[in-house]
Ligand binder design. Sequence first.
Ligand code: ADP
Ligand code: ASP
Ligand code: MG
Length: 423
Amino acid sequence: MGLIVQKFGGSSVADAEGLKRVAARIVATKKAGNQVVVVVSAMGDTTDELIDLANQVSPIPPGRELDMLLTAGERISMALLAIAINNLGFEALSFTGSQAGVITDSTHGKARIIDVTPGRIREAIDAGSIAIVAGFQGISQDTNDITTLGRGGSDTTAVALAAALEADVCEIYTDVDGIFSADPRAIPAARKLKTVTYEEMLELAAAGAKVLHLRCVEYARRFKLPIHVRSSFSPLEGTWVVENHPEGGTMEQAIIAGVAHDKSEAKVTIVGVPDRTGVAARIFQALADNDLNIDMIVQNVSAAATGLTDISFTLPKADGAEATTVLKKIQGEVGFASIQYDDTIGKLSLVGAGMRSHPGVTATFFAAMAEAGVNIEMISTSEIRISVIVREGDLERAAQAAHTAFGLDSDQNEAVVYGGTGR
Ligand code: ADP
Ligand code: ASP
Ligand code: MG
């Protein structure tokens, strides 16, 4: 007997049929003698639909109210799932994030979990019930207001609860059979990975592979908690996210884990920045003070004649308008000429722990881009990742070219997409 935390994503509980299928799966785990805690997302595209509604009544909905609205999505699915399980003759109790003890800071829309105090969950499972917890939400320690953890945050609820309850495993059920060498929705030849390391998955998630929320991977690594990503639509074994690949992994697996592509970022270029000490600090401090996260940064060499340079950076499109406003406020003080905003870019990343010890990966990657006729606008690297910014229209072709160049294409037709709209 063990304690298993299972998380079901929105496409797994998109309708009544989905809820019943998931309920049966949960009951099977319980029948096998386990204590079961379930984290559930909002049904289908509910969260997107609620955001659209909010935007129809106001162009800038207040963060507190938007969080209150969005958390309703998970309350609907948790109660329906508990009802479906009760109908199968098993006791299930649903809990909001706040009732489950998910304590966060007060940053609406992207709150961080500070503590998890799952007393009521422990009581429920010790009494033989199945506990169903609303994902993606918590309560702020300072303000007592309801918060959300950022898009895709139910994964993080699941891992945080699993860590707090010292669960044996956290199972993330989704609409594909595991973690693949590329997004199966875009690259049909993607191959399913048996294992991926925390380190590789952190890079993939940060690079836009939304199969796992970035912070859930950080959490799992900190607590050495194994994550099993698998499909709620098939019985197949999925992908294990672990500390190290087991001995005897294949060569490809050792060098490159996969590629990730991301259309959610925009590029801001600050033109004609005086090349003086402290200027970059002033610019990025102003952005940080407004909780704006920056991804890639490139600064050109300044032109000798003018002493001026350009600084480009990328950030989530959703933060683009606010970043531009913040920069305009400091334009006079910093003395730059203008701001350019471009939201038709795409980011392609190649990730693999084997990059450390295999020279030539960069050369192969750039040769593949050249052969595919893809122009590269920005580059950034870590020890185990290369990311490039390209035109948005070139992105999927570039991803396919890199995937093929590193021998990742699979001939098994395993990249099955069971549900979801990819939204
Ligand atoms: P859920 O609703 O279950 O949380 P998500 O839509 O958040 O599901 O995440 C699953 C989706 O992630 C898949 O449908 C797939 O399109 C996408 N994805 C992106 N990169 C990968 C990858 N490397 N492996 C698997 N899925 C990926
Ligand atoms: N429902 C939330 C979202 O769509 C959280 C999640 O699904 O993980 O982002
Ligand atoms: Mg998700």
